[in-house]
Design a protein around this ligand. Structure first.
Ligand code: SF4
Ligand code: SF4
Length: 358
């Protein structure tokens, strides 16, 4: 009788990236002597073996069609050495083993519409969430905001003239993906969800929706003889967390879904501790396709930071040194009592009980 076969794992995680690396990166992996930046957008790595690698970084629009990807691959075959990689901020990097190849590669990239830069103290590409293209709950098109904003900040991407690096992000809802950034643009709902009571019983698992609310503002209710939900609008803080598990609780609204700007977040431990960002502008119109009001505020913050921050101060270090009153004076943003709340009272205010939260 044959022995039963072990079932093979079919989920094996991400593939080993070394098979895709430039051969010189594989050869010198973990064995670099030093690196420098000969110009904005170009990294130069020197290995203990004596090998040298130049990496040219170009900005992309991230949401790319197949023709653009083919164009980039074609540039990699003709002007680089057929190896590319994408950074977490959706920049593309081309590796070459000779300095003579760097200038023609840059010329070709820029002639094809891909700016070279994003290194060192530049405004690098904005990390953004998926937006209307891939997600089912966005209140704006994060990638559209990024495209509009980076068109305005084109020169800051190509130069390294900021006091320190500037990492920006956009998020198309208030609760899910996105992270800490020097400047973050985040959707801000300003009205509680509108409930379509005819659909709730068919579509939503009501206990799950009740449990989802961070301030316990949702209760089960019978409406027109059907099981539904109701919201205590005095408690609701318009976070949108009930909308993903229950789409009949529609929160996105052409007029009342706005954009807010937060500053001073940092993930890294370099030089100073990581920091949480704080909201400094709220209620900006969600105004596609170019979001001019958002762009105006971001440029104002960047201008004040570039003018006033000392060398190597990140946005959070600069604000810490000058203080919030001067931040609002310098950026000429109106201050209200609703801004820069750091939620230190969240433990007491929010529904943090494990008994009713998943
Ligand atoms: S930020 Fe929110 S809406 Fe945007 S992709 Fe992430 S989960 Fe979806
Ligand atoms: S929007 Fe947020 S606070 Fe308001 S009811 Fe839904 S989950 Fe609760």
């Amino acid at each position: 009788m044959s022995q039963p076969q072990m079932r093979r794992a079919i989920e094996c995680g991400v593939p080993d990236n070394r098979q895709f690396l430039h051969p010189l990166l594989v050869k010198n992996y973990g064995n670099w002597k030093y690196h420098d930046r000969p110009r904005p957008g170009v990294l130069h790595h020197v290995g203990h073996s004596g090998d040298e690698v130049w990496t040219v970084r170009a900005g992309t629009q991230r949401q790319m069609d197949v023709y653009t990807i083919r164009k980039l691959c074609d540039i990699a075959d003709r002007f680089a050495e057929s190896h590319v990689r994408f950074t977490i901020r959706s920049n593309i990097e081309f590796m070459v083993s000779s300095f003579a190849k760097v200038a023609p590669l840059i010329s070709e990239l820029e002639a094809s519409g891909f700016p070279v830069g994003g290194t060192g103290n530049s405004v690098s590409m904005i990390a953004h969430t998926q937006g209307w293209l891939h997600c089912d709950i966005p209140g704006t098109d994060a990638s559209g905001v990024v495209k509009a904003l980076m068109d305005d900040l084109y020169d800051e991407f190509r130069r390294e003239e900021m006091p320190n690096r500037v990492h920006m992000s956009t998020s198309c809802c208030e609760i899910n993906c996105g992270g800490q950034a020097d400047i973050a643009i985040i959707v801000q709902h300003t009205k509680p969800p509108k409930i379509n009571h005819d659909l709730v019983a068919n579509v939503c698992e009501r206990p799950a929706v009740v449990a989802r609310c961070p301030v316990a503002a949702i209760r089960p209710a019978m409406v027109n003889g059907k099981p539904s939900l109701e919201i205590d609008e005095k408690k609701c803080m318009c976070c949108g967390a009930c909308y993903p598990p229950c789409p009949p609780m529609q929160i996105n609204d052409p007029e009342y879904s706005k954009l807010a700007i937060w500053v001073g977040g940092k993930n890294s431990n370099a030089r100073a501790k990581p920091t949480f960002m704080k909201m400094v502008a709220a209620g900006l119109p969600n105004n596609p396709p170019r979001w001019p009001e958002v762009s105006e505020v971001v440029k104002r913050i960047l201008h004040a930071y570039k003018t006033d921050a000392r060398a190597w101060e990140r946005m959070s270090d600069w604000i810490e040194r000058i203080g919030w009153p001067r931040f609002f004076e310098q950026t000429e943003l109106p201050f209200t009592k609703y801004l820069i709340d750091d939620w230190r009272g969240a433990r007491a205010n929010l529904n943090a009980s494990t008994h009713i939260r998943f």
